[in-house]
Design a binder for this molecule. Structure first.
Ligand SMILES: *[C@@H]1O[C@H](CO)[C@@H](O)[C@H](O)[C@H]1NC(C)=O
Length: 611
């Protein structure tokens, strides 16, 4: 009906009369109706639709940039990911906003430095390790999923979340993915932990590394000595009370270790716990099946899928079909399974004829966890290639991650871009492409990637990137507008242990608090364009503009700090400790919260025959 009417009025399009009388206004309305009508029938319609693509955003956990064929690995086979890169754009300076899961993912979801949402903590541990903690991504934050959902997209998170769960009750789900714009959630609320798989040891042994046994022992010994010498009299009752207290502490610690997997390795579908503790063995297969079902269900409407791999974090696992297939032990097998899953998702997009209007992205949340050696001595870490150190540091190995984007027709195929980009850039890119626009009421640190990817601009808009270690500003990257240099200035660096390694084996990860770092004044300076491995700090003698660079960076930091507002700290001790009343438990406590009721079986299992 509109079409016919607008068709009659077609001539007015070429001769608009910009007068303000009633007839003119009517004509203007009709012109609009005509335009609308045209949009429905003309080819312009399809470009407009193409401008609102679907999204498949894939994030691997702890994957090293050096683990992928398309980033130069010759021995680990990743054909599906390599194909993504061949048919899309490969970013070689793609930077995670933090070198740890919780803050990096918060930044990815919101396009903002984690410090802005309170997701950059100020003490040693920068991530959640207890599911019944009260911290998490505040609901005031806007995720790309929420924006897409508001624009009519169906949205799903499949896999790892690690952004908190509850605030005050065990079912308020204030930090749940569904409170952040994901219509569907199938995955784990926390991260994969060693405890989540029998036989892989416990994360809690690492707690030992932090207990001051020496001081405690010396204290007790001194007291005993003084008691024996008669200098002090320790009352018998006090001794007894202390012994009982100690026994209680030890047994509750043992009990805690015992129930830890049940309490923290939780698989959920939406609000329901479907497996506790989860069985990781076929989890990637189940997640892949779930993703395929989501794509099939949404083939006729816009969707956003965030596929967040549980692999290749420890406790490492690979399904039986992949075990022993790589030359790099269980780690390599796990990478191959991830690659298989990527292939399955790409094949599904093709089968559903969605590949041309779907923007696919693949990254890792941070660099490889170099300290991961299994309790049996097997190497369970990834490879950061030529880059120094890994996860939990802001050396390039900790933050330079794979970044591959594919959208046939709109993005060039096989292009490589070496400009600085960030995992925070996905948020504004999604915001623009969905039509939501970038929120105006807050600072967004990411930049829309499309102009750079499409070659409309040559330079990244990230003149400065701030590298945070939890809540601490650790380093700054400066890519001056008018040069090829990429300066990186470190205010402090982690103390490696043993010192001749580029990792922190002693504590299982590097920390960014005072006791674990060395401060530099003047700050250490590198030029990544000449020294990507950060081997030789520059000095005023080797770099004439040394002082100038330090000054520019200092000013940039001062401006950046002025944009920070105080927010509740989501990783404070109080928000990270176990709160029994927040504990998720799908069965009775006597059954130790165990249950197994996932209907997803992973029907897409690869078998010897099908491969
Ligand atoms: C490929 O990746 C494996 C596993 O991380 C690593 O051990 C190996 O050194 C890498 N090879 C190359 C050539 O980068």
């Amino acid at each position: 009906m509109h079409l016919t009417k607008s068709g009659d009025l077609a001539p007015t399009v070429t001769r608009p009369e910009p007068n303000s009388d009633a007839e003119g206004a009517n004509k203007m309305i009709s012109v609009r109706v005509l335009c609308l009508g045209l949009l429905l029938v003309m080819p312009c319609c399809s470009t407009l639709e193409q401008k609102r693509p679907n999204f498949v955003l894939m994030m691997v956990d702890d994957l090293g940039i050096g683990d992928l064929g398309c980033y130069g690995n010759r021995t680990l086979k990743t054909p599906s990911i390599d194909r993504l890169a061949e048919t899309g754009v490969r970013l070689t300076q793609h930077i995670a906003a933090a070198p740890l899961c919780t803050p990096s993912r918060a930044a990815f979801l919101t396009g903002r430095y984690p410090i802005r949402s309170g997701m950059g903590g100020f003490h040693k541990l920068g991530i959640y390790i207890i599911s019944a903690a009260s911290g998490g991504l505040p609901v005031e934050e806007i995720t790309f999923a929420r924006l897409a959902k508001e624009q009519g997209y169906d949205t799903a998170l499949i896999g790892k979340w690690h952004q908190g769960l509850n605030c005050e009750r065990s079912d308020d789900h204030c930090h749940h993915p569904r409170a952040h714009g994901f219509n569907h959630f199938y995955g784990i609320t926390m991260t994969n932990l060693r405890d989540c798989q029998p036989g892989h040891g416990t994360l809690l042994v690492n707690v030992h590394a932090h207990i001051p046994y020496g001081t405690l022992g010396a204290g007790v010994a001194t007291l005993a000595f003084l008691h024996l010498k008669g200098v002090v009299r320790v009352p018998r009752r006090l001794t007894l009370a202390a012994a009982i207290l100690l026994a209680l502490l030890v047994s509750s610690f043992a009990a805690f270790v015992f129930v830890f997997p049940n309490f923290n390795c939780i698989l959920m579908r939406n609000e329901e716990i479907v497996e506790q503790p989860f069985n990781s063995e076929n989890l990637t297969q189940r997640m892949t099946s779930e993703a395929i079902e989501f794509l099939e269900k949404n083939s006729a409407r816009p969707f956003l899928l965030f596929f967040s791999f549980i692999q290749v974090h420890t406790a490492l696992f690979a399904s039986p079909y992949f075990r022993g297939r790589s030359q790099h032990g269980l780690y390599g097998d796990a990478v191959m399974e991830v690659d298989w899953s990527v292939g399955q998702i790409m094949q599904t997009l093709e089968r559903l004829n969605l590949q041309d209007n779907t923007l696919v992205y693949l990254t890792s949340d941070q660099g490889p966890h170099l300290e991961e050696i299994s309790i049996h001595g097997e190497v369970h870490r990834g490879w950061s290639g030529i880059y120094k150190a890994g996860k939990s540091t802001n050396w390039e190995g900790g933050i330079r991650v794979p970044g591959i984007l594919r959208w046939p027709g709109l993005l060039p195929a096989g292009k490589v871009i070496d400009e600085p980009t960030s995992n925070m850039d996905v948020f504004p890119t999604v915001a623009q492409l969905t039509g939501a626009g970038i929120p105006k009421d807050r600072i967004i640190d990411g930049q829309d990637l499309m102009p750079l990817l499409r070659g409309e601009v040559e330079r990244s808009q990230h003149e400065f990137l701030f590298h945070y270690c939890n809540g601490y500003l650790n380093a700054v990257r400066w890519h001056p507008d008018n040069g090829s240099s990429v300066w990186k200035v470190f205010f402090f660096t982690p103390n490696f242990y043993p010192e001749n390694e580029t990792a922190c084996f002693h504590t299982h990860a590097c920390f960014c608090t005072r006791e674990y770092v060395t401060y530099h004044n003047p700050p250490l300076l590198f030029d990544l364009s000449r020294d990507p491995s950060e081997t030789t700090p520059l000095t005023p003698a080797t770099e004439p503009s040394f002082h100038h660079i330090q000054e520019v960076v200092r000013d940039a930091v001062a401006r950046h700090i002025q944009t920070l507002k105080p927010v509740p700290e989501q990783l404070s001790r109080a928000n990270m400790v176990w709160k029994p009343w927040l504990q998720q438990c799908c069965s009775s406590l006597t059954n130790l919260c165990r249950c197994e009721r996932d209907h997803q079986q992973g029907s897409h299992f690869p078998t010897q025959q099908s491969q």
